[in-house]
Design a protein around this ligand. Sequence first.
Ligand SMILES: Cc1cc2nc3c(=O)[nH]c(=O)nc-3n(C[C@H](O)[C@H](O)[C@H](O)COP(=O)(O)OP(=O)(O)OC[C@H]3O[C@@H](n4cnc5c(N)ncnc54)[C@H](O)[C@@H]3O)c2cc1C
Ligand code: SF4
Length: 583
Amino acid sequence: MTNLKPVDVAIIGGGWTGLAMAKEIASRTSHSVLVVERGGPRKTADYAMGMDELDYAVRLKLMQNIADDTVTHRHSLSDTAVPVRQYGSFLPGTGVGGAGEHWNGRAIRFLPDVFVLATHLKEKYGAGRLPADLAVADWGVTYDELEPHYWYAERMLGVSGKAGNLRGKTMEGGNPFEGVRKNEYPTPPLKTSYLGSLFEQASKKLGYHPFPCPASNLSETYKNPDGIVRPACAYCGFCERFGCMIGAKAQPSNTLLPVLERHKNFELRTGAWVRRIVHKDGRATGIQYIGANGEEFFQPAETVILASFTLSNVRLLHLSKIGTSYDPATGKGTLGRNLTHQVTGNTRLFFDKPLNAFMGTGSLDMRIADFDGDHGLTGSEGILRLGTIAASTPGNRPIASFGDIPQGAAKSNWGPEWKKASLEWRDRVGGIGLSGEHLAYRQNFLDLDPDYTDRFGDPLLRFTLDWTDHENKQRDFAARLAAKLAPEMGAKADPARPSGGRYNVINYQGTHIQGGTMMGKSPATSVVNRNLQHWDMPNLWVIGASAFPHTAAPNPTLTVLALTYWAADALIDRYLKHPEKLV
Ligand SMILES: Cc1cc2nc3c(=O)[nH]c(=O)nc-3n(C[C@H](O)[C@H](O)[C@H](O)COP(=O)(O)OP(=O)(O)OC[C@H]3O[C@@H](n4cnc5c(N)ncnc54)[C@H](O)[C@@H]3O)c2cc1C
Ligand code: SF4
């Protein structure tokens, strides 16, 4: 093993969180900052080489190679986990920018009550009426504390949207149910797609409040506070699973990296796969990684920041023997607890006219939040929380959208009859989807697999996760809503139930995996404190969605970034001046 020259701060992971934290430290202090990223370098020009759907969207060019690293999954403690050998349910990124390169760009704030959910549900329903296995918790940070950090993240990204609750005043065209915003969005909303306009009219007719999804895909040319100028989106549709070739979609490589490259105290080291956080006497001393040529290195650092997405954050702490593994049987231990995904379900809609849905962008949704959180729920539905409902036009690409036909339109899914039906239905199929809150339960958690290892011989991360009745009832509720909206949109809803039953690792659900290193008020129940500093190791910080005690309905990244900026303030303004426990 080669010992390297020490740095002040070593950050593991070069995605949204790692580079956002690096930018704050490198630009606000003179500390040396090293980002260690397992994948290769990336820049906008790489994407201009051509957007091949087969390469990027089918063969998953930008994603983590499943032969190098994967997870194992089981539904419950009594099952044996098996490795996920083909990605379906979620698509972790690798390389500079991480999944932030190929994300959709939806940038939605969480509702204020999400941050105090345990207290909120107890007050609303009474502790005795909540499910015994419910493990939701208060975060230790409130929406009001995060609001300026949300705004900082929105300006960095240039989020396009319309405020619905501006300093307490309800604004026409925005989401009236959102938490109070102090500022209008940095850029106006994206254009509305044809499908979106049908959904908008239908939901207004039924008395709901449609609004355009806040998007990191720019509606107009924008210069952010760091001086980065990006152009407006061209609605090319090659967006989710792709990097944007013109830089209209905010990605770490086109927002943070160009700023970081100007700083002499910043270094990015790619092809460096971290295997352990090294520690002694309750302090991290550095990181151990394997370089691109297979050589092993020890990188000493005064402070270590773990920013390698939920899966690696949890796994690296387990592998490094930092913290106590969660045991669902006793409820003791904290590392790995409160694993959540997101509750999704799509009802397909069949139209008698074309939708021109090949034009679109990753976040081009028209949404309603009338049932987000517990708005609009009477208690008789059998669910505690729901989420938002949207008609999305992310861009129907030739391969992915071909063959999307109503049940019974062809006898099999191949051959001339199927081809004819596919051509007939091409561009006439839309959808209404649920983006639902996934509550945390005692039985869903992450630990190390006892049998399966990665290419270095390190144990894989094991998922123990299944849906409960609650998630299936959430999907049913959303499907009933979609069925009500469909005729108003001039469409027929697919009668098939969108999804449900047991958790399935094969179908794509979203790369929104949360928990495992949850934040909180006490070391007895959480891994990191409210500043994302590890309870047991003051010079180790763990950032990203792994800190979420549960997830809200919207996609997580804006909240992940707001929390990163919140942690950066605590680290820079307090910890680096007096390196000790902040709580
Ligand atoms: C197809 C897709 C669409 C999405 N759309 C949205 C959306 O619309 N809205 C939204 O809010 N979110 C979306 N997401 C999720 C979003 O991309 C993530 O929330 C976000 O990227 C998380 O940032 P991160 O820094 O925690 O992780 P990442 O961006 O994944 O970065 C983590 C980095 O750490 C590196 N790393 C991991 N392990 C190691 C190791 N051992 N050593 C060294 N480096 C390591 C990885 O290679 C990676 O580059 C989407 C994700 C996908 C895949
Ligand atoms: S749809 Fe817009 S943001 Fe997405 S890749 Fe195309 S131009 Fe870029």
